[in-house]
Ligand binder design. Structure first.
Ligand code: PGA
Length: 251
């Protein structure tokens, strides 16, 4: 039985002072930390990570980053390495979000190198895949996602692939208020699991947690996460408000 995984993706929102206020409010809402049998993570901007690590200590809430470089160190001005994140105690890292692919030219080959390095460093990668509206309209979503997975997961052992998280995020549903229907989301998450089985074996497919992301809100989260192949959610906008995120994670 896979444990549900619900991650907030704060994107480029919140100063450190605002992040700490969120942490206090969120902690006050969390009735019984750790007793709910699900993993909850907050993926914050880099500059908030150290402060949040302290603020979330003892709550069981995991700390996530939104990107990492694929080297441990080097002459890469402006970048942050997996080694630096590991030192802070970061548990998980979003890789290949569509905003990084679109605005920063991140390729499938980059996501693959990042996954290898993060896994080597003991962090859980959250690999994002998903198709554009144009691709969805011509029915190419399966092919597009399959290619992202084939490139992204290249060279990973079955145990590595089985321990990671994959988020299906159709680009047309991100920040648009236009959520995929539970059926559309469930169908693609099932497709992803079958693709992982073909690429990395059935044990990997059984272990990997497949999330849906794209306009998840308190009002639709339970239905989406109740679909058989959906193991949780990656939540953008609604993770910025403590009460909304608390309702989504279910406490
Ligand atoms: P959204 O973002 O929930 O605001 O649609 C999801 C994401 O980009 O991870």
């Amino acid at each position: 039985m896979r444990k549900k995984f619900i991650a907030g993706n704060w994107k480029m929102y919140k100063t450190t002072a605002e992040a700490l206020r969120f942490a206090e409010a969120f902690k006050a809402l969390r009735a019984d930390p750790g007793a709910d049998g699900r993993d909850v993570a907050i993926c914050a901007p880099f500059t908030q990570l150290a402060a949040l690590k302290g603020a979330l200590a003892g709550t069981g809430v995991l700390l996530g980053a939104q990107n990492a470089h694929f080297s441990d160190e080097g002459a890469y001005t402006g970048e942050i390495s997996p080694a630096m994140l590991a030192e802070i105690g970061v548990d998980c890292v979003i890789v290949g979000h569509s905003e990084r692919r679109e605005y920063f030219g991140e390729t499938d080959a980059d996501t693959n190198r990042k996954l290898h390095k993060l896994l080597e460093r003991g962090m859980v990668p959250i690999l994002c895949v998903g198709e554009s509206l144009e691709i969805r309209e011509r029915g190419g979503q399966g092919q597009a996602v399959e290619r992202q997975l084939a490139e992204g997961l290249k060279g990973l052992s079955p145990a590595q692939a089985g321990g990671m998280v994959i988020a299906y995020e159709p680009i047309w549903a991100i920040g648009t208020g236009r959520t995929a229907t539970p059926e559309q989301a469930g169908e693609m998450c099932g497709f992803i699991r079958r693709a992982v089985a073909a690429l990395c074996g059935v044990d990997a497919a059984e272990g990997v947690r497949v999330l849906y992301g794209g306009s998840v809100k308190p009002g639709n989260a339970a239905e989406i996460m109740g679909m058989p192949d959906i193991d949780g959610a990656l939540v953008g906008g609604a993770s910025l408000v403590p009460e909304d995120f608390a309702r989504i994670v279910g406490f």
